[in-house]
Structure formats: structure tokens, C-alpha cells
Design a protein around this ligand. Sequence first.
Ligand SMILES: Nc1ncnc2c1ncn2[C@@H]1O[C@H](COP(=O)(O)OP(=O)(O)O)[C@@H](O)[C@H]1O
Ligand SMILES: [Mg+2]
Length: 241
Amino acid sequence: MQPTITVAKVTKSYGKKPVLKDVDLSIEKGQLYGLIGPSGAGKTTLVKMIVGMEKPEHGTIHVLNKQMPNLSTLQEIGYMAQSDALYTELTGEENLTFFAKLFRLSKAEQNQRIAYAAGLVNLTPDLKKRVAAYSGGMKRRLSLAIALIQDPQLLILDEPTVGIDPELKLSIWNELLRLKKEEGKTIIVTTHVMDEAEKCDVVAMVRDGKILTSGSPAELKATYHVTSLDEVFLQAGGNQA
Ligand SMILES: Nc1ncnc2c1ncn2[C@@H]1O[C@H](COP(=O)(O)OP(=O)(O)O)[C@@H](O)[C@H]1O
Ligand SMILES: [Mg+2]
């Protein structure tokens, strides 16, 4: 079977600064794939290229057999950006309706998807409030609901749990695991938190625009003869400037 996402020899610079250096990765359907690394490692740049918002300088990216950027593939990608892109003057419900309409869902489908997505992130009681009055965590939850609105095959979530309290963080992770297991979704999550990496099927550790190492959490710990992913990161070169 073809992988859902293939990144081959991808390079990207901003001005003279190289941000991604020869990145290769391959993500199978139904995988929960974690991109882990410190701030500035290049995670956001990489996911933006997978979504098709940025173009690689060199190399290619394929998503569902289409070379990116590709507009029609967007229907199949739910993307949650690192910074919330919300209409703060509108209510949560109006934001969800706006994005549901972009995907040309019927009115009945819209209502059903909005109820589902809002319920998933525990926002149902707050849907009638203006987003300007939301806390940071509520905005993150609304962004996640928007990423799920068209029921995409692929979810690409850039630091989805930053600023979210531990209880909701756990419930979001449980939902991601369920979406993977029961609905066969392919999910990419970026994080700088190693305990989240433990929940991923495959983890790629990123630093300075390079993938230092990748594999399942158990494989990585076995390979480096250590007991935590923090130690894997350091052993794999994460401690070098
Ligand atoms: N639009 C941009 N213009 C210039 N530099 C950028 C831009 N976006 C990101 N960078 C730089 O690229 C590097 C990687 O950033 P980013 O992909 O956001 O990393 P991460 O998401 O892992 O924190 C950083 O050094 C950042 O300053
Ligand atoms: Mg980032």
C-alpha cells in the first residue's frame, strides 16, 4: 500500500537561513505520527508544506497520491494551525458554520458536524459566546473543532494541546486515539512535550531542520538503550548545538 504522506528530500530556507535540510518521511494510513522537537526546530514549516501552504525549495511532498501544493487535497486535510485563526467578533458557532460552509456541506450535514465537533472538544455550552470572550484553551478547542468539521481523512495538528488544562488535554488525546482506531484517520501532531510523544505510533525527532531519528517509542528506547524519549532525543543528537 502507498503511504498516505511522503516527504522526499525536502529543503526550505527563509532568506539565507536553512530551516529544513533534506527531510524524508513517510506516513502510513491510520498512523498517529508525532513530530517532536524544541521551538525553532522546523515543525511548523514542515506541516505547512504538507498542508500545501508553503512550497519546498527542493524535494517533493505527496499527500494521498497528489503532489502538494494541491487545492483539491485540502478537502481531505483538517489543519489546526499553531496560532488560532479565528473570527473573534463572531461566536464559536458562527466560526464553525463559516468553515462548514466552505466545505459545501448541506444544512443538515452542517448542523450535525457542528454538534459533533463542538461536543468533541467540550465547547457545546459556549457556542453562543463571542470568541473574543474565550480563554486561550477554548480558542485551541475551537480550532480543533474546525479542523474536524469536514470529516477529513487526515488531521494535521500543530501543537494542539498548548495552553489546555491537563484534563482536557487527556480527553483530546483519547479522542485522537479513537479517531485513529475507529475511523482510520491518519494524524500528524507536533509537540515539544515528550510525554505526548509516547502516545504516537511513530515519532520523528526534529532539531535544526533535520530529523534526528524516528521510530515507535518502544523501538527508539530499545535502539538507544534508554528508558525515556527525552534521553532518546539527547542521544540522537538533540543536545548538540
Ligand atoms: N516566515 C518566516 N520567515 C522567516 N523565518 C521563519 C519563518 N517561519 C519560520 N521561520 C524560522 O524558521 C525556523 C523554524 O521555525 P518553525 O517551523 O516555526 O519551528 P517550530 O514550529 O519547530 O518551532 C525558526 O528559526 C523560525 O524563526
Ligand atoms: Mg511551531
